[in-house]
Design a protein around this ligand. Structure first.
Ligand code: HEM
Length: 425
């Protein structure tokens, strides 16, 4: 942890413990007296919100696992949870919607990092650990969605596991290994259940490293200027704790609205029909948080290139700290970067929109400018190609070049300077 410890044990027991295992000192130095930039805005509350989401998912998941049956009874056991188990419906809806809430929070958290340059030195490792968490979250969510063994669970698993088959040489053995046989079946479900139970604890482990790295480098802040003096920081408690608590309460209200009033809005109706390997659903769509990547995959006709592009889209995130050449962290002082960033968000939304549609849908039914260009190729495919191109250009061309060419606005001397001279900002 940064700085000298200010913890002073007050009782004989805490003094005794402090000499043997200084847990109270760690908590005090990390979450009470920890110097926090005084200008953090509400975008900085999402790390706490994410920790809450992880806790909620683990607790509800453990309860669900007490009643869930892996194997031929899987689908029926989920219905049993919904109808017979006391508050089973609530636990399940919290868990299922909790996954979506988790991804809402993680996307906000990541975009905050992009906007304020939180991935830049000295926070590269913090960012990389975040990327590992994101990968683990995607694997966990994907395997969790298979567990109810509905139509979308089964066909989603089939589409995604088949992607590995596109890899030369190793593709086939990897797919068979993932399946535990020669098709998606109960052995696949069994291993997915095992991994779905394991991965959240691995996420929790990486989160500990993530927060450790955060406390070594210190928090970034909206100016992107590192704290220089005591005037730039405040104590974590009460300032950040109260703010985080307030933001968590608002987040929980939105969460509750989904759980109690729109519990199936983010799911797919087909998943209330038991998996049937002989009946392909008309549209196989993943959960909303995977849609942009799904669109990138489908934008490219060649399967292997599509798979590589999809994984490449995530690899760009890992490489970002070394792709960005700008000396200024925060986009507050980078007007051009701000513009490209907004277009980047639009491109991601467009990709998500395209991913949600079937390949033979048309953007404007019957009339499409793109279709005039090539009547054989569907409009959504074209739209996702343009958005995917921008996605990659943003990371691989715009971010490296802009940092070298732009003229940023004047960056304040310190955090306290603008905060004190413009209290309303
Ligand atoms: C389970 C998921 C995650 C949890 C529990 C978590 C937790 C936290 C916490 C508590 C903070 C400090 C508070 C804040 O800045 O909001 C933080 C900061 C940060 N996180 Fe995460 N995080 C998660 C996922 C991610 C992911 C996926 C990324 C990026 C790919 C990421 C990147 C960062 C960065 C760069 C910071 C430093 C921000 C700054 O100081 O400006 N995190 N995280």
């Amino acid at each position: 942890m940064s700085g000298q410890s200010t913890y002073e044990p007050k009782s004989a027991i805490t003094r005794w413990m402090d000499k043997r295992l200084p847990v109270s000192r760690l908590v005090w130095d990390s979450f009470v007296d920890y110097p926090t930039p005084r200008n953090l805005n509400y975008w900085w509350t999402f790390g706490g919100i994410l920790s809450l989401c992880l806790g909620v998912q683990i607790i509800t998941g453990i309860i669900l696992a007490m009643h869930y049956q892996v194997g031929p009874g899987a689908f029926a056991s989920v219905e049993h949870i919904m109808r017979d188990v006391n508050y089973g419906w609530m636990i399940r809806y919290i868990h299922a919607n909790g996954a979506s809430m988790f991804f809402v929070a993680v996307y906000v958290h990541m975009l905050r990092g992009l906007y304020y340059g939180s991935y830049k030195a000295p926070r590269e490792v913090l960012w990389l650990l975040g990327c590992v968490i994101y990968l683990l979250m995607m694997a966990t969510a994907f395997m969790g969605y298979v567990l109810p063994w509905g139509q979308m669970s089964f066909w989603g698993a089939k589409v995604i596991t088949n992607l590995f088959g596109a890899l030369p040489l190793v593709g086939k053995p990897i797919t068979i290994w993932l399946w535990g046989g020669y098709a998606v079946d109960y052995p696949t479900l069994n291993r997915f259940f095992s991994l779905h139970y394991l991965l959240p604890f691995m996420i929790a482990g990486v989160v500990i490293l993530h927060i450790w790295a955060l406390h070594v480098a210190g928090q970034n802040n909206p100016t992107g200027v590192e704290p220089k003096s005591k005037a730039d920081t405040v104590a974590f408690t009460p300032y950040a704790t109260v703010k985080d608590g307030f933001a968590m309460s608002l987040f929980l209200i939105m969460f509750a609205l989904f759980v109690f009033y729109l519990p199936n809005a983010l799911g797919h109706a087909d998943n209330y029909t038991e998996a049937n390997p002989l009946k392909t659903p008309p549209h196989i769509v993943p959960e909303w948080y995977f849609l942009p990547f799904y669109a990138i995959l489908r934008a490219i006709p060649d399967k292997l290139t599509g798979v590589l592009a999809m994984f490449g889209a995530i690899a760009c995130l890992f490489a970002l700290p070394w792709l960005d050449t700008s000396k200024v962290k925060s986009m507050r002082y980078r007007p051009q970067a701000k513009l490209y960033f907004v277009i980047f968000i639009v491109a991601c939304v467009v990709l998500g929109f395209c991913g949600a549609h079937a390949p033979d849908d048309q953007v404007i039914p019957g009339l499409s400018a793109f279709q005039l260009l090539d009547s054989n190729i569907n409009s959504f495919v074209w739209l996702s190609r343009i958005a995917a191109l921008y996605y990659f250009a943003y990371f691989l061309v715009i971010t490296p070049l802009l940092g070298l060419r732009e003229t940023p606005l004047a960056v304040p001397e310190s955090i306290a300077a603008p905060a004190l001279s413009h209290p309303a900002e």
